[in-house]
Every structure is written in structure tokens, then in C-alpha cells.
Design a protein around this ligand. Structure first.
Ligand code: FAI
Length: 523
């Protein structure tokens, strides 16, 4: 048997070399790989001895030769193929272990030049992998060091590697080269202003299979961005957070954790968001995280039960003690102190996730831009891609449209409510007072019902509160309902043909109203 080994990642190379040598396999290797094998005490021959041709162009051409490709691609069951090999003096190659130049790691460096990047585009390695994977029935293809051991074990136990395993390895190989090419294309078009290339592949790496999806009869898995993003600092994010404790994360937990992270991270002051079914039922800022937590919980103590908490400061013992009193599914925070962990870990199931990165608008926005990723939704037969719902603070133009201007206190609450309403499903209404949510109307099919729900939730607390609406009021009825409940100021995008009706009603009730000119639908 004969093998070709040519690897940039030399993890487990020694073990592979020794195992093949023990099985009397003749190993041919490219320069660096041969040197590494030799220094591990494995007998190896240079590939140049196989093809009678040296490495040229500084390694750009090492293995691209018919003596190699003939040996890999010949179908062993086809006598004509075998006769041709013999006629040309080509010996078959039965195993190809190759992994590629570290292109992704190279271009992740801030100072990388185009020339350096280009040199890391692997050509011969990709061709070897594809050839071996095409002829997988006869040639074993190994591209991941973690596959060496199980494959060698199967070989040991069964005396051969099964056709199923060979086929699975070929699928891994083609996926590997596809992800590699995706990263190259992604890098080369990174200067393009065109957000949406005509053809697009998305490099994804599975983090874990989940017990089930949104419901127990659905199957599901959790993937993180691979490709260029694998080595970029991609935090704070749910996909990169460390799970410090708790029951296995569910599909719905992950969605809610994402919402909790985004909501808490919209603020610079200590903030706690309590999420239910991706909507905040409580959210507040405070001088301390403890104050923020208490205010957030007071927002809707009934709905908070079983919620998912997002904190934008490390959780310390005081907050942990409060959280521990009640039932929550999960907490995500930049970190947890050892005391806080000791308290929270008393409950077996509560999931605790640390991002190990600050959670605030600057880090979350940087993440959006660094990753260069889209917001993606699936529809029947396709995917919808959009850029993230992000508007720089300086791009917003607030306009007071009523006779009365908001007071300073109202203005502070309006800005707070406007940031919260982005995180609520449309039609979204948020009532807030003293930097705490006091009522939410989410996901209703008309805006006035969302107002009614928010007002109902707030009860007496609606009096003196401010209101944020994620999109314009199409009729004055929403403003009317808010006024009746005692709301004193409103923030909304404006832009309805009946804006004047809403403004008139606001003026009648001495409500101060601001138009933002931008909406924040969340479907
Ligand atoms: N040019 C070629 O013919 C060629 N053949 C194999 N390689 C790559 O060379 C690398 C290993 O080289 P070395 O063993 O010299 O360190 C592997 O990552 C392999 O994918 C090549 N390099 C790039 O295309």
C-alpha cells in the first residue's frame, strides 16, 4: 500500500505516520511534512521521488503530476485503468492525508498583504483531496487530524475501512474544500460594496446537535460561523459564550439568550433584560446591576417566571442571590464571580453562559461589522438576507412635533424606551418610567391592541410613563389610548398620512411627541 501525506496542520501526524508504517504502508510526503515525519522517526520518501520532478516555484507546484493523479484516480476494478497505470509506470496511491495552507488564519491578521494571502491559497492540496474523495471507494481521504485515530481503529478491528466510512470521509473532504474556497471568495470580495453576491455559500461549523427544535418533534442543531469568522474575535455572542453550568441548552433557550444579549447590550449603564419568547418582559437600567435587576423584575413579575436573563455587567453574589430566589431558565453575562457561581450552581438546571467579553453597544456593533454577516431568515424555497438593524446614534434625527417639548426626565425615558422597542416583536409598544419597562405590547396584528396590552400590563404605572412605538401610528387611536392611561410623552418614527391626527390628539392631552424618522420593525 502507498500513501501521500501533505499537511500544513501537523496535529496527530506522528501517530498517523507510525500507524501507517506499522501496516507496511510506503509513505510519500511533501518537503515540510517529510521532515516532520522523519524527525518523529517515521520512514518516508519525498514525493519528488515518485514523480521524478522537483518542487518548483517556491512550492506552488509540488504534487501536480500525472504520476500522482493517475495513482489516485485509477479505478481498481477497471482493468483498462489498471493497464494504463502499468503502461505508464504509475503505482496506485491508496491513502491521501492532506490538509491545506492556513489561508483563514493568515487573512485574519490585521496587517496581511494581498501577496501573503495569495501565497496561502492552496492549489495542489485541494486537487489531491478532490481526486482522492472522487475515487473514495479505492482511496482513503483524511483531511481532519481528529479522523486519523477512529479510522485507524476501524482498520485495525475490521482489517479494512468500510465503504460507509470511506464515503463519509469523502463528504467531509468535499465540505472542507468548499469551506476553504468560501473563505477565499469571502476575502477577495471583502472590498466590494455589493453586499449580496450573486452566488453565496455560508461556511458553518456545527457546535452541537440539540435535543430537539422549537418543539420536541423537530430535529435541530446549533452552528456557528466558520470560514473567516472562525479566527476573528467574534464576541460577545451566544455561539462563542462559555456554558459554565446547567442543563443542555435548547433551541428556544438559544433564541432567547440571543435576544437577552442584544437587549442588555443596547445600554451602557448597568442593565438587566428578562426575556420571554424572545421579547423583553422586564428591562431596566440602574446605578448597579442589582438595582437594574430589581427594577427589571418588577416590570412584570408574573411573566418573568421561567425567563432568560441578560446582564451587561458581571454577575456578583448580590444579583446571584436574587436570581436564585426565583425560577429562571438561563443567564447570560460577561462573567460571573466565583461567589455568584457558587450560589447559582445550587440549582442543577439553570444554564449560565459567560461571553468573556464586554456586553455593550460598542462591542455588539463591532461584532456586527467585523463578522460582515447578514441577518438571515428562512422562507419556503429560500433565504432572506439583510444587514443588521443598526443605525448609528449620529444618524438619528429626533424631531419634537408637539406644542410641548419633553422634559429632561421624559427625554431620558424616551431614549431608553426607543432602544427597548427595537427588541420587541412588531407591532411593538413599550411603556417606560425611570429607566425601567413598565408595560409591553408585543406581536399584535394592530398597533392599538399593542398599546392596550402595554397599558394593561403597566396598570397604575402607565400614569406618568412614556411610550415608544416601533413604527408610526396609522390612526390616532393608539395615541388616544395612551393619553387615557396617563402617558405623558411618546416616541415614534412618524410618517403616516394621518400623522396630523396623532399630533392633534397628543396636543389635546399635552403629550410631548418625538418623531425619529426611522422605524424598527421586528417580524
Ligand atoms: N502545489 C502543490 O502541488 C501542493 N501540493 C500539496 N500542497 C500543500 O502543501 C502543504 C504541505 O507542504 P509541506 O509538506 O512542504 O509543508 C499542504 O498543506 C498541501 O495542501 C501544495 N501546495 C499548494 O498548492
Amino acid at each position: 500500500m502507498r500513501a501521500i501525506i501533505s499537511v500544513a496542520n501537523r496535529e496527530h501526524l506522528d501517530e498517523l505516520g507510525h500507524a501507517l508504517a506499522e501496516r507496511q504502508v510506503t509513505i510519500f510526503a511533501t518537503g515540510g511534512t517529510a521532515a516532520a515525519l522523519e524527525s518523529a522517526g517515521v520512514a518516508v520518501q519525498p514525493v519528488s521521488s515518485l514523480i521524478q520532478f522537483p518542487e518548483i516555484l517556491g512550492g506552488r507546484v509540488k504534487t501536480l503530476h500525472p504520476h500522482i493523479y493517475g495513482g489516485i484516480l485509477a479505478r481498481r476494478s477497471d482493468p483498462a485503468h489498471m493497464r494504463e497505470l502499468e503502461a505508464h509506470g504509475i503505482g496506485p496511491i491508496d491513502l491521501v492525508a492532506v490538509n491545506l495552507y492556513p489561508f483563514i488564519e493568515t487573512v485574519a491578521r490585521e496587517d496581511v498583504s494581498l501577496e501573503e494571502a495569495q501565497e496561502q491559497i492552496d492549489i495542489g492540496g485541494v486537487a489531491l483531496i478532490r481526486a482522492a474523495a472522487k475515487n473514495f471507494q479505492d482511496v482513503l481521504v483524511l483531511v481532519r487530524p481528529q479522523d486519523y485515530e477512529p479510522v485507524l481503529q476501524e482498520w485495525q478491528e475490521r482489517g479494512e475501512v468500510s465503504q460507509e466510512t470511506r464515503r463519509r470521509l469523502a463528504a467531509i473532504a468535499f465540505q472542507y474544500t468548499a469551506s476553504y474556497d468560501t473563505a477565499i471568495a469571502e476575502y477577495l470580495r471583502s472590498q466590494d460594496t455589493d453586499y449580496f453576491p450573486e452566488e453565496l455559500t455560508l461556511p458553518l461549523q456545527r457546535i452541537q446537535t440539540l435535543r430537539y427544535g422549537e418543539n420536541p418533534h423537530q430535529r435541530a442543531a446549533f452552528y456557528r460561523w466558520g470560514g473567516l469568522s472562525t479566527v476573528k474575535d467574534y464576541r460577545p455572542a451566544v455561539a462563542t459564550a462559555e456554558v459554565l453550568h446547567g442543563k443542555e441548552l435548547s433551541f428556544n433557550n438559544l433564541l432567547d439568550l440571543d435576544a437577552a444579549l442584544a437587549a442588555a447590550g443596547s445600554f451602557v449603564a448597568p442593565t438587566v433584560a428578562i426575556i420571554k419568547h424572545t421579547n423583553p418582559c422586564g428591562l431596566a437600567c440602574g446605578d448597579t446591576l442589582l438595582e437594574a435587576y430589581r427594577k427589571a423584575h418588577a416590570g412584570d413579575p408574573v411573566s418573568a417566571y421561567g425567563g432568560i436573563i441578560g446582564c451587561n455587567r458581571p454577575v456578583e453574589a448580590d444579583v446571584a442571590q436574587e436570581i436564585h430566589q426565583l425560577f429562571y431558565e438561563a443567564v447570560i453575562a460577561p462573567d460571573f464571580t466565583p461567589e455568584a457561581l457558587a450560589i447559582l450552581r445550587q440549582k442543577k438546571n439553570i444554564r449560565l453562559l459567560a461571553t468573556h467579553a464586554p456586553i455593550d453597544p460598542s462591542t455588539l456593533n463591532a461584532q456586527i461589522f467585523k463578522s460582515g454577516r447578514f441577518d438571515i431568515r428562512s422562507v419556503s424555497g429560500g433565504l432572506l438576507l439583510q444587514t443588521a438593524d443598526f443605525i448609528g446614534e449620529h444618524e438619528l434625527e429626533y424631531r419634537v412635533v408637539t406644542e410641548r417639548k419633553p422634559t429632561l426626565e421624559e427625554m431620558t425615558d424616551l431614549m431608553f424606551a426607543w432602544k427597548v422597542v427595537r427588541h420587541v416583536k412588531s407591532n411593538a409598544i413599550v411603556l417606560a418610567h425611570k429607566l425601567a419597562v413598565v408595560g409591553v405590547g408585543a406581536g399584535q396584528m394592530n398597533r392599538v391592541t399593542s398599546v392596550q396590552l402595554a397599558v394593561e400590563k403597566a396598570g397604575e404605572r402607565a400614569r406618568g410613563a412614556v411610550l415608544a412605538s416601533d413604527a408610526f401610528f396609522p390612526f390616532a387611536d393608539g395615541v388616544e389610548a395612551a393619553a387615557k392611561a396617563g402617558v405623558t410623552a411618546i416616541i415614534q418614527p412618524g410618517g403616516s398620512i394621518r400623522d396630523e391626527d396623532s399630533i392633534r390628539v397628543a396636543n389635546q392631552h399635552a403629550i410631548a411627541m418625538i418623531f425619529t424618522g426611522r422605524r424598527h420593525f421586528r417580524h
